[in-house]
Design a protein around this ligand. Structure first.
Ligand code: PLP
Length: 434
């Protein structure tokens, strides 16, 4: 399969190039040049298949032209070697819990898949040169990437994070791992971390010295595998006899997650319509209302993994619908909630159903409550475990929610990090010793 750029000014790329480069030369996002429809037989039997079996069929749709089936199967099964997502019932609204990976957030699957695919390509090239992944994080991405790449042969990961600006739970998820993961604590803010990474990719000396790549969320290897979840959700709803008129609501920030679902629909997944739920960062919501895409600086909210002022995957959605505003509106509606509404929703849902939402999932739950129509069944994605945002959640519900064993285990580990200034010269000197 070939991958083209959403800006249409760069040459087409192979899967391998799209994965290793991440971004096209014209700064556009890579898109597969065709989307394969999955056979009807698959949908007829999907309710009897395991998560891994479903994911493998979907992965073949994307990657079978480039990766032999046996290798792909191993990558998929290895990626999903943890508990399956749960579907929980809260009256007529269903929650698909995507927090069963190592860091209890949905980004785990994409990060793990990408790590394995990158490892596969590196091995295939027979290169004994280490691939170095640089990633800047304000919290969540760093933990998903670090855990996704942990122990993958031939790859070393450097996670750059701003000193004192990530939560203690997040920090220990990437500073206690050791092995092929190095945490770099930068005396600066997130933007400084990002600038160090960007400068490193552009630096000729460094690129001559070591093989560098990014694990950005726009990478096709991180974003396409997220579609596995939606097929699995459909299968569970079908099993429960609830798959007709399915509405799926996705708490969205960068729009990678919902975009992967829209690819799923093109593969034949029978989901009737989508709701993209935003926090106060309402760029997509406004686009739906006005037809104008107007990015603006992000504002900080309690659902902070969705604090995005210029969602990069908008370009992919736009392309998928042939830049047709009406077509997008016919299939996707929007919602936007202020922090106070998110907090109210968390309290109300807990009181009425006993279900503990996290601030991101709360945006999804509320949009379904408000937007579901007669005869429809709603599923929202609970994108992270509420304990990941313990401080915020406890304050809202006046409670003390339990930290799951998986998270607690991280907190027992010993923190190890390299201190770094925000000067590129220092970062470069450090990497040149590697
Ligand atoms: C990243 C993230 C989101 C937003 O997903 P996008 O793909 O960026 O739209 C929502 N919730 C949580 C918990 C996240 O980590």
């Amino acid at each position: 399969m070939k991958y083209y750029s959403t800006n249409h000014q760069a040459p087409e790329a192979t899967l391998e190039k799209a994965v290793v480069k991440g971004l096209a030369e014209d700064k556009g996002l890579y898109m597969p040049d065709h989307i394969n429809r999955l056979p009807q037989e698959f949908f007829d039997h999907i309710q009897d298949m395991s998560f891994q079996e479903i994911a493998f069929e979907v992965a073949k749709g994307f990657f079978a032209e480039d990766i032999p089936a046996d290798d792909l199967k191993q990558i998929v099964y290895d990626t999903l070697s943890f508990d399956v997502p749960a579907v929980k019932i809260t009256e007529k609204i269903y929650s698909l819990e995507l927090f069963h990976g190592p860091t209890l957030a949905f980004k785990d699957v994409g990060a793990r898949f990408m790590a394995r695919l990158l490892g596969y390509f590196n091995k295939k090239q027979n290169a004994d040169r280490l691939v170095n992944v640089l990633v800047a994080t304000s919290g969540d991405t760093g933990s998903a990437v670090a855990n996704g790449f942990l122990g993958v042969e031939g790859i070393h990961v450097y996670v750059l994070y701003p000193k004192g600006k990530v939560s203690p739970i997040q920090e220990c998820q990437f500073t206690t791992l050791g092995q092929n993961i190095t945490a770099i604590e930068v005396d600066g803010v997130f933007d400084d971390c990002q600038a160090l990474v960007k400068n490193a990719f552009m630096d000729a000396d460094l690129n001559a010295h070591m093989k560098l790549t990014s694990a950005n969320s726009i990478n096709v290897a991180r974003f396409l595998p997220q579609s596995f979840y939606y097929f699995y959700a459909y299968a569970q709803m079908k099993k429960a006899g609830k798959a007709d008129n399915l509405v799926v609501c996705v708490p969205s920030g960068n729009f990678g997650n919902i975009c992967s679902a829209l690819f799923g629909v093109r593969m034949g997944l029978p989901i009737k319509r989508f709701i993209a739920s935003n926090n106060a960062n309402d760029i997509f919501y406004n686009y739906l209302q006005t037809g104008k895409y107007e990015p603006k600086p992000s504002v900080q909210t309690i659902a902070n993994a969705m604090d995005v002022g210029d969602p990069s995957n908008f370009a992919r959605i736009y392309e998928l619908y042939n830049r047709d505003h009406a077509a997008i509106c016919a299939h996707i509606s929007g919602a936007t909630y202020a922090d106070e509404q998110i907090a109210d929703t968390m309290r109300q849902c807990l009181k009425e159903t006993g279900y503990q939402l996290d601030p991101h999932g709360a945006c999804g739950y509320r949009a379904l409550q408000e937007g579901l129509q007669e005869g429809e069944t709603g599923v929202f994605l609970e994108t992270a475990h509420p304990a990941k945002f313990k401080g915020v959640v406890d304050a809202i519900i006046s409670g003390d929610i339990e930290i799951p064993a998986k998270l607690a285990a991280f907190m027992k580990g010993e923190k190890q990090s390299v201190s770094m200034t925000k000067e590129f010269a220092d970062f470069k000197a450090y990497l040149m010793t590697k």
